[in-house]
Each structure stands twice: as C-alpha cells, then as structure tokens.
Write a protein that binds this ligand. Structure first.
Ligand SMILES: Cc1cc2nc3c(=O)[nH]c(=O)nc-3n(C[C@H](O)[C@H](O)[C@H](O)COP(=O)(O)OP(=O)(O)OC[C@H]3O[C@@H](n4cnc5c(N)ncnc54)[C@H](O)[C@@H]3O)c2cc1C
Ligand code: FES
Length: 279
C-alpha cells in the first residue's frame, strides 16, 4: 500500500514538472502552423493539453494533437514570442513537456459525433475523431478556416473510417463559403442529427456551437481556453466568472450546460495579470 502511494505521488509530481524531449519529427502544415512529434507517450486523452516549455523563453499550453501510446504530437500556430521561437527549432532540439492536464472529450461506442474545428482546433478534433473511430463511432467532421491555405488536417480526416468531411472557408476558396457553424446548423436540422457535438476553435465559434446545440437539444462538449500558468489548479490564473472554477482542471473541455453558466464565455478573458480583455 505504501509503495502504491509512493508511486502515485511520484507520478503526479513528474506530471507537474517539465521533462525535456528531443523533437523527433517536424511537419509544416501551413505557412505558420507546424506539427512536432516527440517519441514519448504521456497517456493523453483527446482534449487534454500539455505545457510546452522553451528554456529561456516561456512555457505555453498546447492541446495534444495525438498520443498513440508511443508518440505525442502538438500542432501550433506561430503567433508570438514562444510559438515563433518554437517554429525555428530543428529535429533533435529539446523541448520541455509536462502534463497531460485537464478534462477530455467523452463519447459512447457507436455514437454519431459531429466535430466542429476552427484554426488549430482541427488537431485536437482529429485526435478525438481517430480515437472515437476505434470505438465504432460515425463521424461528421466540419473544418473551417479563413481560406483554403489555412485548412488543417483534411487528409487525416479523410483517412478515418465512417467519416464525412465538410469544409467551410470565409472566402469560399474551398467548400462552403461562410462559417463552419452554418454547416453545423444544417446538420442539426437534418435527419442525420448527431448524438453529440464536439468543438474546438475560436471562442466566437464556440458560442455559436453552444447556442445551436442548446436550440436543438443536442449535447455538446467545448474546449475553452484561458491564460494558463501552472496547468494543474495551483495559481488560479484560469478561473472564470462567476463560478470561480479553474479551466485547467475543470476544463478545458466542458459540457454545454457548464459553458453556458460561465458569464464571461464569449464576452471577455483575462491576461497573465488578471486584466479583462473583450473578445
Ligand atoms: C488549453 C489550451 C490549449 C491550447 N492549444 C493550442 C494548440 O494546440 N495550438 C496552438 O497554436 N495554440 C494553442 N493554445 C494557445 C497557445 O497557448 C498560445 O497561442 C500561446 O501561448 C502563444 O504564446 P506566444 O508566446 O507565442 O504568443 P503571445 O504573443 O505571448 O500570445 C499570443 C496569444 O496567445 C495567448 N497566450 C499567451 N500565453 C498564453 C498562456 N500561457 N495561456 C493561454 N493563452 C496564452 C495570449 O493571450 C495571446 O492572445 C492553447 C491554449 C490553451 C489555453
Ligand atoms: S493555470 Fe494555474 S490554476 Fe489553472
């Protein structure tokens, strides 16, 4: 018993401390989006995130894009200091990882799931889809982006069994001209109404998914992002109004009723100092 307790506390301490791993593979998805592969499994489930540490720069949260028991992947957008620096790394360079943290998407075998992805949200949506496919689920993936050159993971979705892929671009350069949520609205009105909807992407998109699922009484799970520092419930930086729950432990994946009771959802978020910023 004492040995079990010792092992439990050791493994949770290891999860909370970064360990460095060499970048084993780099795939350039688009001009500003890269996927890194590490030869390690952290036992992550779809929707969970890791803290990615670049020594001397910063540590930032990233959704796990895949963890197949042998390899772990992250897909990131080079937007600021840390992610732009990450994008310059080469195979063999060291990156610190700790986690996995947070909640994950949940489904039942053989359910019909609709997965709505915007931006880098396509990566965790693909991870969820590929795991759910192993449970015999039928999948409708709805991927959106500003233009066709920003669409992510389309070929990966196409390779999954029992999967229908729909695409939307704001400028109409591929698929439906408009937003991916318009395709979700059509699906929810059709005879092919899914058992559940999963979504990951910009918060405005998540609000629309939440409203549509509420109107059509379809359960949904949404990945909500807030500024994260510790990742495991210690610092309080990711608490949301008015509930005071921490999105690094009670999220990032939340069910729709919880999302709809977060009054700041779709309205504002807080930065590293706790200052409010409108969305
Ligand atoms: C649970 C979660 C999962 C995420 N998954 C991904 C992913 O899979 N791929 C991806 O490209 N990005 C992901 N992000 C966003 C990613 O963390 C930010 O893009 C990254 O932190 C930017 O850091 P930067 O130093 O390059 O840019 P900065 O210029 O510092 O920031 C750019 C933007 O990122 C936000 N940001 C910066 N630091 C943090 C932080 N510690 N926590 C939350 N947001 C931050 C800022 O508010 C700002 O809007 C995720 C965020 C969260 C909370
Ligand atoms: S990031 Fe520290 S409590 Fe959530």
């Amino acid at each position: 018993m004492t040995e079990i307790l010792r092992r439990c506390s050791r493994s949770s301490a290891q999860k909370n401390l970064p360990r460095t791993y060499p970048v084993a593979g780099i795939r350039k998805e688009t001009t500003h989006v890269h996927t890194f592969t590490f030869n390690v499994s952290l036992g992550a489930k779809p929707g969970q995130f890791v803290m990615v540490w670049l020594p001397g720069v910063d540590e930032v949260p990233m959704s796990v894009a895949n963890d197949d028991g042998k390899k772990l992947q992250i897909t990131f957008f080079a937007v600021g200091d840390t992610t732009k620096k990450l994008a310059t790394l080469k195979k063999g360079d060291l990156v610190g990882l700790r986690g996995p943290f947070g909640t994950h998407y949940e489904w039942k075998p053989k359910q019909h799931l609709a997965l709505v992805a915007g931006g880098y949200g396509a990566a965790p949506m693909f991870f969820a889809a590929s795991e759910a496919a192993k449970d015999g689920c039928t999948l409708t993936a709805i991927v959106g982006a500003r233009a066709k050159e920003h669409l992510l993971y389309l070929d990966a979705f196409k390779r999954l069994p029992r999967t229908t892929l729909s695409v939307a671009t704001d400028d109409g350069s591929q698929g439906h001209k408009g937003y991916n949520v318009e395709l979700l609205a059509e699906l929810l009105k059709s005879k092919k109404k899914p058992d559940q909807v999963f979504a990951c992407g910009p918060e405005r998109m998540l609000v629309k998914v939440s409203d549509l699922c509420f109107q059509h009484a379809v359960p949904c799970q949404l990945s909500l992002e807030r500024y994260m520092k510790c990742g495991y419930g210690l610092c309080g930086n990711c608490v949301v109004d008015p509930l005071g729950i921490r999105l690094c432990t009670d999220g990032p994946v939340v069910k729709n009723d919880l999302a709809r009771s977060i009054t700041e959802f779709g309205k504002y978020h807080r930065d590293h100092l706790g200052k409010k910023h409108s969305l």
